[in-house]
Design a binder for this molecule. Structure first.
Ligand SMILES: NC(=O)c1ccc[n+]([C@@H]2O[C@H](COP(=O)([O-])OP(=O)(O)OC[C@H]3O[C@@H](n4cnc5c(N)ncnc54)[C@H](OP(=O)(O)O)[C@@H]3O)[C@@H](O)[C@H]2O)c1
Length: 266
């Protein structure tokens, strides 16, 4: 069950746009949340650890947040948690303009496919795919019902939605699947003014990519440090996607560290 909502900020006024960011307690989710709060959005922050969510809200306050925040502890892979999360958002803000479907996990790194335990596979699928489905469906229902109707869902894919790293079958499979979810929601959402796009990121500096800077396994078996980019640059891209009118949509945005081994097959 989700924990009781923790109120982090002042109430929003009626004109404010409302966003929900999953995985808001660290990395990309934190950077996007701070960017949105700083620029006047009100944001519901979701994740499994209340403390890191509150730290994100405090960081936004320290940077003169204009919007209101609501921290809700929720595990996106659990249907009851997601239901509680969306009830809390509805009760506090009354509507939802943006879901940033960001929570995710890479799973165990470096495990050869033939040794990948089923539980590890299920954990990655449960978080990255089931979680994205549950949140997208709840957001879609809210956006379809609310007045004015509509809203936007941005799925956090990856360049692993295009091409894999070695030993990443679970992560790569879920990120490819997210592309299908994004396309389906774009199509199904048309009658209800629900836009859906996807950001595919490569090597933003976060906890998840820490090991890239010391050395990441390449397809030829070498372990090589890879360049990373600032999460703030990802956050600005997500805000741009979020602030388009609903008549316009960035369907897919690929944002990566310019010199990382992706383009050029290495
Ligand atoms: N960094 C990159 O270069 C990069 C590249 C491509 C894609 N991405 C994607 O970006 C997203 C964020 O990754 P990141 O790099 O910012 O890594 P991160 O710092 O590890 O962030 C992952 C976030 O997801 C939350 N989370 C994990 N499992 C959850 C669950 N079951 N329910 C709710 N929240 C959960 C975590 O919070 P709790 O542990 O508190 O729940 C954490 O805040 C992921 O989807 C990742 O695949 C990142």
């Amino acid at each position: 069950m989700p924990g009781p909502p923790v109120r982090c900020g002042p109430m929003n006024d009626k004109e404010t746009k409302i966003a929900l960011v999953t995985g808001a307690g660290s990395g990309i989710g934190r950077a996007v949340t701070v960017e949105l709060l700083r620029t006047g959005w009100s944001v519901a922050l979701a994740g499994r650890r209340a403390q890191t969510l509150e730290e994100t809200a405090a960081l936004a306050d320290a940077r003169a947040a204009k919007g209101a925040s609501l921290c809700v502890r929720a595990d996106v892979s659990r249907p009851d948690d997601v239901a509680g999360l969306f009830t809390a958002v509805r009760e506090r803000f009354g509507r939802l303009d943006l879901l940033f479907n960001n929570a995710g996990t890479f799973g165990p790194g470096g495990v050869p496919f033939e040794e990948l335990p089923y539980d590890a596979w299920r954990h990655v699928v449960g978080t990255n795919l089931d979680g994205a489905f549950l949140c997208a469906q709840a957001a879609y229902r809210q956006m379809k019902e609310q007045d004015p109707q509509g809203g936007r869902i941005i799925n956090n894919g990856s360049i692993s939605a295009h091409t894999p790293r070695p030993h990443s079958a679970a992560y790569t499979a879920t990120k490819h699947a997210l592309t299908g979810l994004t396309k389906s929601l774009s199509l199904d959402g048309r009658p209800y003014r629900i836009a859906c796009g996807q950001i595919d990121i490569g090597n933003a500096a976060t906890d998840m990519t820490e090991r890239m800077q010391t050395g990441a396994l390449q397809a030829n078996g070498e372990v090589v440090p890879e360049p990373v980019m600032d999460v703030a640059d990802v956050a600005r891209t997500v805000r741009h996607m979020a602030e388009l009118p609903l008549e316009a949509n960035v369907q897919f945005a690929t944002v990566l560290a310019t010199t990382m081994p992706f383009i050029g097959r290495g």
